[in-house]
Write a protein that binds this ligand. Structure first.
Ligand code: PGA
Length: 260
C-alpha cells in the first residue's frame, strides 16, 4: 500500500518530499531523480533549496517533454527544468536529461528507446517525483495508457491542453498537441515514487489512484503496483479519501525506524 500523508499545507508536503530526497542523496551522492514539471513540485524544490545540499553529482530525468516547441521556448520542459530545478538546486546540467532533446521531427520514433537506454545507462531512477492530472494522468500518460508502457510519443488530451493553457497566455491553441513521455512501466521501475497533489481539483483523481481499482482509465492507479510509494496531499486533495483517518493514524504512529 502506498503511504499516504495528509499535510496542512504545501510547504509541509514539500518539506517531507525534500527530506526523502535528502536522505537518498546522503546515502548515494550520485542518486538519480525523476523530475516532474507543472506547479505541483514547486514546494519540493524550494524546500530542497533550503536544505542547502550538495547536489552537484545528482542526475535527473524529466518525465516528459512537449513536441513542436521551438528550441529554447520558455515553456519547453527543458527550459522549465533548467529554471526551476537545475539552477536553483545547483545540479550539473550535463546530468539532467529531457526526452527527445535535439531530435528532428522525423527522428522522434526512436526517442522513446533512446530515453529508456539513457535511464538504464545512468543506473535507473532512484526517486521519482510525480504530480497528477485531474484525469489521473502521471507524466503525460493519459487515460487508456498501457500500464506496461515505456517512453513514447503520445497525443495530449484536450483537457490537459486546457489545464496547461495557463502556461501559454491562456491560449489553448498554443499548447502543443504531442509529447514524449515516460511510460507507466518506466515510472514503475524507479526505486521509490513520491506523488504529490494540492487542491480540491485533484481530490477525485487522488482517491481513484490510491483507493480505486488499478486501471488504465486512471493511469496513476498504477502506483498501487509499486512497493515504495509515498502520496503527499493537502487536506483538499485528500478530501475524497475513504481511509483518510487510517492514513493519519499510520503516519502519526509510524515506527521510529521508518522515519525517513
Ligand atoms: P500541475 O500538473 O502540477 O501543474 O497541477 C500536474 C500534472 O498534470 O501532472
Amino acid at each position: 500500500m502506498a503511504e499516504v500523508v495528509i499535510v496542512p499545507d504545501q510547504a509541509t508536503g514539500g518539506d517531507i518530499a525534500a527530506r526523502r530526497i535528502a536522505s537518498l542523496v546522503h546515502a548515494k551522492p550520485d542518486a538519480v531523480l525523476g523530475l516532474a514539471t507543472g506547479s505541483t513540485p514547486l514546494p519540493v524544490w524550494s524546500a530542497l533549496v533550503a536544505l542547502r545540499l550538495d547536489l552537484a553529482r545528482v542526475g535527473g530525468f524529466a518525465l516528459d517533454e512537449y513536441i513542436g516547441l521551438p528550441e529554447g521556448h520558455p515553456e519547453s520542459y527543458r527550459a522549465v527544468i533548467t529554471r526551476e530545478v537545475v539552477e536553483p538546486l545547483g545540479l550539473d546540467p550535463a546530468l539532467v536529461h529531457v526526452p527527445a532533446e535535439g531530435l528532428s521531427a522525423n527522428a522522434l520514433a526512436g526517442a522513446g528507446e533512446a530515453y529508456e537506454a539513457a535511464i538504464r545507462a545512468a543506473g535507473g531512477v532512484d526517486l521519482q517525483i510525480l504530480g497528477i492530472g485531474r484525469t489521473g494522468h502521471i507524466g503525460f500518460n493519459e487515460p487508456g495508457s498501457s500500464l506496461a508502457s515505456l517512453t513514447r510519443v503520445k497525443t495530449l488530451a484536450q483537457w490537459t491542453r486546457e489545464d496547461n493553457a495557463r502556461f501559454f497566455d491562456g491560449d489553448v491553441a498554443r499548447v502543443p498537441q504531442h509529447c514524449v513521455t515516460q511510460g507507466l512501466g518506466t515510472i514503475l521501475r524507479a526505486g521509490q515514487l513520491v506523488l504529490l497533489a494540492w487542491g480540491e481539483s485533484k481530490a477525485e483523481a487522488v482517491a481513484a489512484a490510491v483507493e480505486g481499482p488499478v486501471t488504465a482509465s486512471v493511469p496513476a492507479s498504477v502506483i498501487q503496483l509499486h512497493r515504495d510509494v509515498t502520496v503527499i496531499v493537502d487536506e483538499a486533495a485528500g478530501s475524497r479519501l475513504r481511509y483518510a483517518d487510517y492514513y493519519r493514524q499510520a503516519w502519526d504512529q509510524r515506527p521510529e525506524w521508518d522515519r525517513r
